[in-house]
Design a protein around this ligand. Structure first.
Ligand code: ZN
Length: 269
């Protein structure tokens, strides 16, 4: 079974379309989203509609939460963007009532934690699923031990916009350090971050995503019960060029969105 993993689209439609088209060439059984579909970017409504159409499910990120409920610990640019984003949904609802009802239903059902085979999927971290960041520099801190305590085997997170793998022995590996493939094994807990589709922050401005390979076996237990066992095989990390400048231009043309939100896309930070 192959699953496309996307995260942190942040209203960047051009990046989302580029990533989905690439995933389509890889023959997946489904796509999932780790949250933050919106916030910062110029096309929040179109991104939510596309994720709702193409993904099996999406998680609740802190920016999705900010737009639907309230921003927590946001800086001025992020808060202004959240309120502008909310206005876009309200304006679209005036144009198309039925579409808006479906959209709010989708957004209202975003979950904070989803189990997928041997993976726990959260936007932020297993202990604070919406808001806690797990940064590469946290790998060697005691914080990581507490986080790994809450992971049975493997975990998927987004939120930092930095792709890579945290292992139970206090290491963090960037995708290129493992030749863009991480092989799972039962002896090692791991936390995977696919990076960000719409706002990468690892000084590489290309859209980032992961394809996950899992093995599905039907086994019969000693008690003669048929059971599906899913094991993780490997995670492939991908980066893609997408048309950044049109997105930057759109952001610069919207006065409620800080120019920095456009500039940072070009820099990948
Ligand atoms: Zn985010």
């Amino acid at each position: 079974m192959r699953i496309g993993i996307i995260s942190d689209v942040h209203g960047n439609l051009e990046a989302l379309q580029t990533v989905l088209a690439d995933i389509d060439t890889k023959g997946v059984d489904g796509i999932i989203s780790l949250g933050d579909i919106i916030g910062y970017g110029p096309d929040p409504v179109a991104c939510v509609d596309l994720v709702a159409k193409r993904c099996k499910w999406s998680l609740m990120g802190n920016h999705d939460y900010a737009v639907m409920y309230e921003p927590t610990n946001f800086n001025k640019a992020a808060e202004d963007a959240a309120f502008w984003t909310r206005e876009q949904f309200e304006a679209e609802a005036k144009r198309d009532r039925d579409g808006a009802i479906k959209r709010w239903e989708f957004l209202g059902k975003l979950r904070v934690r989803v189990a997928m085979g041997p993976f726990l999927c959260v936007h932020g971290s297993p202990r604070r699923p919406i808001n806690e960041y797990i940064f590469p520099e946290d790998a060697e801190k005691s914080k990581m031990a507490q986080i790994f305590e809450r992971v049975d085997k493997f975990c998927m997170v987004g939120h930092t916009h930095v792709p890579g793998v945290f292992t139970g022995d206090n290491e963090f590996y960037k995708p290129h350090e493992m030749n863009f493939v991480y092989e799972f094994n039962d002896q090692e807990k791991a936390i995977i971050n696919p990076g960000s589709v719409g706002q990468p922050r690892d000084s590489d401005n290309r859209a980032s995503y992961v394809i996950l390979d899992m093995k599905v076996e039907n086994v019969v237990t000693d008690e003669n019960v048929k059971k599906e066992v899913i094991t993780a095989e490997r995670a492939h990390f991908y980066r893609l060029d997408y048309p950044i400048q049109p997105v930057v231009d759109k952001i610069h043309a919207i006065k409620e969105l800080s120019d920095w939100l456009g500039d940072r896309l070009l820099e990948g930070r």
